[in-house]
Design a protein around this ligand. Structure first.
Ligand SMILES: Cc1cc2nc3c(=O)[nH]c(=O)nc-3n(C[C@H](O)[C@H](O)[C@H](O)COP(=O)(O)OP(=O)(O)OC[C@H]3O[C@@H](n4cnc5c(N)ncnc54)[C@H](O)[C@@H]3O)c2cc1C
Length: 419
């Protein structure tokens, strides 16, 4: 095989995006994945504004909307008290593409685009890194026949997801259970009363996690739940049982009365941006879940995966111009991630903290429902295509208003004299 300047490990949204942008910059790239595409990925399949911005830039937005997908027009959020907000803070129809698309379809379109811009190798499982003078100099792994192979390059991009081998081999695979999420999902046919909205139900037993119903088109819904990883042992949760219990409880059972579960319940880890992780070093860069870039509140990771792939490609292309692939040359990527996502991670981690107390979370949802400005800000991660609006700090005024509401409901519900 020819020499490559960059090896990208993993052809999900982060790796494919990185390989496409590198190829467009004229960088000779090899993209490897242990799977053969099209392959499934356990996910909610919600593709929001953040992704749409990059897909449009890549010119493949239309490819995705040609196949099975569900165009969305807003969000439904319910609080533990049962209050429901049906929101589209921008008015109808939404100004930007916003949809549910099965990852088997979505990732394959990206991977096909990557093939036009890079050499690709499927069924190749990376098992380790080639190190030279303390610097990452390539990867080794097993091909489909089980034969061991080694490939060398100036830079290795770890885009191999939540359990990244690249991050593990570098000792950068921290998973802080109080800052990370775990999640399960299954597909159902015939869930009733689904609209063209993503549904997030913040049920008390999952807080600050939630139960979701995302309509995926053709009368199929992606149904799942996400919780803080550390809450699983603390609350003795079995997530598969929790999901089954919720679809059978009195609130949701009527909607699942005629529904059929058409896939098994599958789960995976979600390393979030609420935990710090080094994302570059001598001869390597981490992107997407391998870089721990999932939104700590919503669990949305596809948009940040695509964006991180683009930012990594920019930095690597600059480094190639100078023929310098040291950490000094690549750490600009870490600064870009911080600039584009840092405030959002902080704000959404704070939203997650609101959710640790049901009364506080009810107060937050009530406040968002009466003030469109706050609602727009809190949901901007879903709607924004520019990656700028989502990068906000929670204003002090919102903290104060939520706290006042919380105090009132605390007095009403906890301190009311017992008769
Ligand atoms: C249940 C669940 C629901 C979610 N719902 C949503 C949602 O609705 N919207 C959203 O935006 N995000 C959601 N997320 C998060 C989202 O799935 C991830 O953030 C996103 O997939 C990250 O993309 P990635 O390219 O970094 O990694 P991945 O999509 O995981 O891709 C990694 C790739 O690396 C390959 N790979 C792994 N190991 C190796 C190896 N050793 N050698 C070679 N290749 C390897 C894999 O085969 C895979 O193709 C959800 C996550 C879960 C678990």
């Amino acid at each position: 095989m020819e020499e490559h300047q960059v090896i990208v490990v993993g052809g999900g949204p982060a790796g494919s995006s990185c390989a496409i942008f590198l190829g467009k910059n004229g960088i000779k790239t090899l993209l490897v994945d242990k799977a053969a595409f099209p392959r499934d990925k356990t996910c909610g399949d919600g593709i929001t504004g953040k992704s749409a911005g990059i897909l449009e830039e890549l010119g493949i937005e239309k490819e995705i909307t040609k196949g099975q997908h569900m165009k969305l027009n807003g969000l439904i959020t319910s609080s533990p008290s049962g209050a429901v907000i049906d929101s589209n803070p921008f008015g109808e129809p939404l100004p930007e593409p916003f949809y549910v698309c099965k990852r088997q379809i979505f990732d394959n379109i990206l991977f096909e685009e990557a093939k036009k811009n890079a050499d690709v190798m499927e069924n190749f499982t990376v098992t380790g890194l080639v190190m030279e003078n303390g610097k990452v100099a390539g990867v080794k792994g097993l091909d489909k026949s089980g034969a061991e192979k080694e490939f060398r390059a100036d830079v290795v991009v770890g885009a191999d997801g939540a359990n990244s081998v690249v991050a593990r081999k570098l000792g950068l695979n921290n998973f802080e259970t109080d800052r990370s999420l775990v999640s399960v999902r299954a597909y159902y046919e015939n869930v009733s009363d689904t609209a063209d909205h993503l549904e997030f139900h913040f049920l008390e037993e999952l807080l600050p996690g939630y139960f979701w119903i995302f309509p995926a088109g053709n009368n199929v819904s992606n149904v799942g739940l996400a919780v803080i990883a550390g809450d699983v042992p603390k609350r003795k949760l079995n997530l598969k049982t929790s999901l089954e219990d919720i679809v059978n409880n009195s609130r949701f059972a009527p909607r699942f009365k005629n529904a059929t579960q058409v896939s098994e319940i599958r789960g995976w880890n979600l390393p979030t941006g609420a935990q710090k992780r080094r994302r570059a070093g001598d001869g390597f860069v981490l992107v997407g879940d391998a870089a721990s870039l999932i939104d700590p509140f919503t669990g949305e990771g596809i948009g940040n995966a695509l964006l991180s792939g683009k930012l990594a490609a920019e930095t690597i292309s600059n480094a190639a111009g100078k023929k310098d692939f040291s950490y000094a040359a690549l750490k600009g990527y870490e600064a870009k991630i911080q600039e584009c996502m840092g405030k959002e991670f902080e704000a959404n981690y704070n939203f997650q903290k609101f959710g640790r107390n049901p009364l506080m979370f009810n107060a937050l949802v009530e406040e968002l429902s009466v003030d469109a400005r706050y609602m727009k800000m809190a949901t901007s991660a879903f709607y924004d295509t520019t990656h700028k609006a989502a990068n906000f700090r929670i204003p002090l005024s919102l903290y104060i208003k939520v706290f006042v509401r919380y105090l009132k409901s605390y007095v009403r519900t906890k301190l009311r004299p017992k008769r």
